[in-house]
Design a protein around this ligand. Structure first.
Ligand SMILES: C[S@@+](CC[C@H](N)C(=O)[O-])C[C@H]1O[C@@H](n2cnc3c(N)ncnc32)[C@H](O)[C@@H]1O
Length: 834
């Protein structure tokens, strides 16, 4: 661990990352929402400001610093502290090392009255000369230096807004045949057209026309699609345009102001007017940190995680009921710069290039109007539809790039159209490439691809309104193109499974029960296909990967961490922190294919995995069997529906047997290691003999399903001395009912939270770690509407107030794990105990 983690000392430059792209921290590398369980919405990593500022009322002490809002760590709670102890913060004794917060805020008394009764012992600065920089390298925002910094920050924001004006490819919105007056012209005078940015997403064309009409603006036609924040306006002539722009620019709509931007034309051979310098490359869109050194990327992520840990402290203070003393961890936070617990460091990814084992490539048009398979250059809701090839994106493997290129060449000659996001029309939508790696050493060099043994291709289409025979021919030709392309590549590409997913929805994010169809892969040059392959073997459509010497079977829609090598480190860390032993009952909440529970099964008495995706649960059961682990049980259900009853079932039983170490746990481990060694020398798929559930049946059966890889349950339950939960939820975090169940069960003392989204980790931790104050809780749902308008942290504080009386957890330590090099994303592991 030590060798791979960056030191623990908070970096001086706690640079805030500006924004996250949307990669499904997950499994999509597109900057738009992805189909995986980690959603992909942009998350401003440093968004803690306004809504989260410590309330002024709370900080009203007799002697205020002038920047209350910016001094949450040192100032808030100061009054509580002052009564019981004197800190070096307050001391001017030269023999004491002054607090890092000494004189980092201006004294408001001194400022107003020109003097202060505390004189030279005042902890706040008397004037600009005395003012010191805060430990996080910021200045009191009311000071001259603070204001200057704010101005340059705002200038940066303006630049960011400027970027928003780059609305790509919006010309499509005005294409013919959509029934709009004036849209019939196949050639538009784009100089008479404008984009309106910051419109309410729920508006449609009629709302836009009404709004413009009421302002007396004349126009030729207006267009707006629900869900987007851009609309389009075309004027009859230059005079209309000029007066329209003058009226509309900056006009308030809701709580935003309208911006007017140029419509960027689709560049064609005749029309090469686009200024490529203004457009993001795929590399910039998908791997925004790629131009930083890896050490700088890690520093940046670590600094960002620290901001989130500070935010947790600030929110816990706010959530703490009046009259109750602040939890010890909040009081102690001042000793570690306001962090809610120590950030131990950041664990590096063992592989930095080509690490993604799952890539989702969109089918669309490039800025030049060329059929392209690659990444969207921005957010569709902001009007960006251009797709660019995955050139120079260091997180994508050569194999995935090669398949994208094969598919693109095939689409160039296809009789069926690619999907048009504006018109919700077309056939070819997306290519997903999933890779399975051989067991053994993970290589970070040029030969990284040699460890990839299997590849699953999932092509998403929309068959609405198509001719069945034509589609069948296209699929056959596509399968041939992939097979030939794989064979012609050097080295030959693995091709294990080819699937088609028929999805009718507006976005490419398909539900897990979206129909899948297995296509036969042509086997040889003379096109002898594997026609013998029965069509009902969809359940065998799977690839395999390896973590900690265990073999994992993965079905098409099951979640699997996209960076296998880094995931291995993540799971080991969670296990090391979880305080495991033979008398431990481990709950693996949101277990996916069982990776966490199974890799730790040999260290505990029993694992109970909970997962809502039926295919993933069936994979987890299969994976327990493949690896000879018999102390694991998997529940197919939403965690919020079963967490409380499972805790009761396993912990509150009256008739219990004392747990003994699982007799076969260590044997199993030895067995699995040797069998994995065998596997590494053998053909990859060796679990075919296992009973295989039918995927379709599973999808249809969404009811709770218990399954166990052990013998039928005994009437008496085992009594486990130690109960631990490791939770690994998707980006929205844990459901409030899961939090409540975990928090209110007194026997659960250790909780390891693995998070791909620090914002929801903070929100969940607020509920888990602040003292309960039910006596003051407002009951019922009357706050619901208000809550919906709150930020995540504010609504967590609101829910914390309703938490039934229970002992809160405390954050003990945290570690960042860099699963996603070159992107803004990062996993965080936090140990909570009580
Ligand atoms: C971040 S993944 C983690 C999976 C697994 N722990 C791993 O590392 O491979 C989150 C998982 O939670 C599942 N999930 C999402 N919402 C859930 C819910 N409400 N209840 C149970 N599982 C859920 C998803 O299907 C996904 O498999």
């Amino acid at each position: 661990m030590a060798s791979s983690s960056i030191d623990q000392i908070p970096s001086a430059a706690e640079t805030l990352t500006s924004q996250l792209p949307s990669d499904n921290t997950p499994t999509s590398v597109e900057p738009i929402p992805s189909s995986d369980s980690h959603p992909t919405a942009d998350v401003p990593m440093a968004s803690s400001s306004i809504g989260e500022l410590t309330s002024v009322a709370e900080t009203l002490t007799s002697h205020l610093p002038s920047d209350i809002s910016s001094a949450p760590v040192e100032a808030v709670g100061e009054k509580r502290k002052r009564d019981d102890e004197k800190t070096n913060l307050e001391s001017s004794d030269p023999n004491l090392t002054p607090s890092p917060w000494w004189k980092t805020s201006l004294c408001s008394y001194f400022r107003r009255q020109g003097n202060c009764s505390h004189g030279s012992t005042c902890r706040y600065a008397h004037g600009e000369e005395e003012l010191r920089q805060k430990p996080d390298n910021t200045w009191d925002p009311t000071s001259e230096r603070g204001k200057k910094a704010k101005m340059s920050e705002n200038a940066g924001k303006c630049d960011a807004e400027e970027e928003e004006r780059e609305v790509l490819f919006t010309e499509d919105m005005m294409d013919e045949n959509d029934g709009e007056e004036g849209c019939g012209d196949s050639v538009h005078d784009l100089s008479l057209s404008k984009c309106l940015v910051h419109l309410p997403r729920k508006w449609q064309s009629d709302d836009l026309k009404k709004f413009i009409g009421e302002l007396g603006v004349e126009f030729k036609f207006a267009k707006k699609r629900r869900g987007m924040m851009v609309g389009f306006l075309t004027f009859e002539n230059a005079e209309q345009l000029q007066s329209g722009v003058e009226t509309l620019e900056g006009k308030a709509v809701g709580h935003k102001n309208l911006k007017i931007a140029d419509v960027l034309p689709r560049a064609t051979e005749k029309n090469q007017t686009k200024n490529p310098a203004k457009i993001k490359s795929a590399r910039e869109a998908v791997t925004p940190l790629a131009d930083l050194s890896y050490a700088d990327q890690l520093e940046q992520k670590k600094a960002s995680m620290m901001q989130w840990l500070k935010k947790l402290t600030r929110n816990a203070r706010k959530a703490c009921p009046n009259g109750k003393s602040l939890p010890e961890w909040v009081l102690q936070s001042r000793e570690i710069g306001g962090l809610s617990c120590k950030l131990e460091g950041i664990i590096e990814s063992p592989v930095r290039n080509g690490y993604r084992n799952k890539c989702e490539f969109s089918a669309g048009y490039s800025v030049e109007g060329k059929t392209t398979v690659g990444f969207l250059l921005g957010n569709f809701s902001a009007g960006v539809t251009a797709v660019e090839e995955p050139v120079d994106c260091p997180n994508i493997s050569k194999i995935a790039c090669r398949y994208a290129s094969i598919f693109q060449t095939f689409l160039e000659n296809s009789r069926l159209p690619v999907w048009n996001k504006f018109k919700n029309f077309g056939f070819w939508r997306q290519l997903t490439v999933r890779e399975g790696r051989k067991p053994g050493v993970i290589s970070n060099g040029e030969d990284a691809e040699t460890s990839i043994a299997e590849a699953m291709l999932i092509v998403q289409v929309c068959t609405t309104g198509t001719d069945e025979a034509e589609v069948a021919t296209e699929f056959e030709e596509m399968a041939k193109a992939f097979a030939e392309g794989a064979k012609a590549s050097s080295p030959t590409l693995p091709l294990t499974v080819l699937l088609v997913q028929d999805h009718q929805g507006i976005s490419n994010v398909a539900p897990p029960d979206c129909p899948l169809r297995l296509l036969p892969i042509p086997m040889s040059d003379n096109e002898t296909t594997n026609q013998d392959q029965p069509t009902n073997v969809l359940a065998e459509a799977r690839i395999h990967d390896h973590i900690n010497n265990l073999r994992f079977s993965i079905s098409p829609t099951a979640f699997f961490q996209v960076n296998t090598g880094a995931a291995e480190k993540l799971y080991s860390l969670a296990g090391d922190w979880a305080d495991l032993g033979p008398d431990t009952l481990l709950f693996d909440v949101c277990c996916g294919t069982g990776t966490i529970g199974l890799t730790l099964a040999h260290r505990v008495g029993m694992v109970i995995g909970i997962e809502m995706n039926a295919s993933a649960v069936s994979d987890a059961e299969r994976n327990a069997k493949i690896n000879g682990l018999s102390n694991c049980k998997f529940i197919c259900s939403k965690a919020e529906d079963v967490m409380s009853s499972l805790l009761k079932e396993y912990l509150d039983v009256s008739q219990m047997e004392e747990a003994k170490p699982p007799s076969n746990a260590n044997d199993d481990l030895d067995k699995q290691i040797s069998s994995t060694e065998e596997m590494s020398n053998s053909e990859p798929v060796d679990d075919q003999s296992l009973p295989t559930p039918n995927i379709h049946e599973e999808h249809q059966n969404n009811e709770q399903k218990d399954s166990s890889s052990s013998e039928p349950e005994r009437s008496t339950k085992l009594q486990f001395k130690n109960v631990v939960a490791i939770v690994d939820p998707p980006r929205p975090g844990l459901h409030p009912d899961v939090i409540k169940a975990l928090r209110t069960h007194p026997r659960l003392r250790t909780l390891v939270y693995i998070s791909c989204n620090p914002e929801t980790l903070v929100a969940n931790a607020i509920e888990l770690c602040t003292p309960s104050f039910l006596e003051k809780a407002e009951q019922g749902n009357n706050g619901y509407r208000k809550q919906r308008r709150m930020g995540t942290a504010a609504s967590a504080r609101h829910r914390a107030k309703k938490m039934p009386a229970s002992e809160p957890f405390r954050p003990v330590k945290a570690m960042a794990v860099d699963i996603f090099p070159h992107t803004d994303h990062c996993e965080m592991v936090m140990l909570l105990k009580r």
